[in-house]
Design a protein around this ligand. Sequence first.
Ligand SMILES: [Zn+2]
Length: 235
Amino acid sequence: MDLIKVNGIVVKSSDYKDNDRLVTLVTFELGRITCLARGVKKPKAKLKYAQEVFNFGEFMLAKKHDSYTLTDCVQTDSFGPITKDIEMYYCGCMMMDILSRISSLESQKGMLAQTIRMLSKLCYDEEAPQRVTTEFLKECLRQNGYDIDYNHCSICGTELTDNAYFLDSAGLICPSCANKSRDIPVNINILKYLQKGEGSEEIAKVSNAYLAYFLEELVGIKANPMYFGNITYGE
Ligand SMILES: [Zn+2]
């Protein structure tokens, strides 16, 4: 049995047997791993806090074959304020969900660091959840090789100043380059929000659903539709 130390965040925690929890961590050192937290459901358990979603810190694990057991934890941040506002909380849960699934693809050290930074913005800088969501989804796309240009047609390079289209093999394109029966229309209000962050909270919400759609089409990660709503793209 080896003892190891990893730095990361709890993205999921579920019941296991009577008193235990199975904890999914996204870590800088090992990517996404699952560990067993023994006895943490007992009322006086010392490591009760360690298995809670959003707990960020240093985790001490005992490794035997391919399984890990939590032995200790030094908390850096619990992002406590996140439970004070439902919109904030949903935004945080969406980030944990996507971070977890994206981390199964390959090492996402950059994305983990960015997620911690965005959780801080959400909890301590009072940044609006919809704005944090936009930044998070754009960052997920960028870190996975899709640095989308929201300002220019990715085929002809012309500046996008009117309604545009989305084509999964190219990105955002102008009406002249688009095949209107195939490509997904992105109206000017959504485009303006994606370019400059201008627009109402409602526009921000719809724009985020588009970003979630881009993430699904380009990276293959499907975000939780409960958070993004059921948007009919285009019309
Ligand atoms: Zn074009």
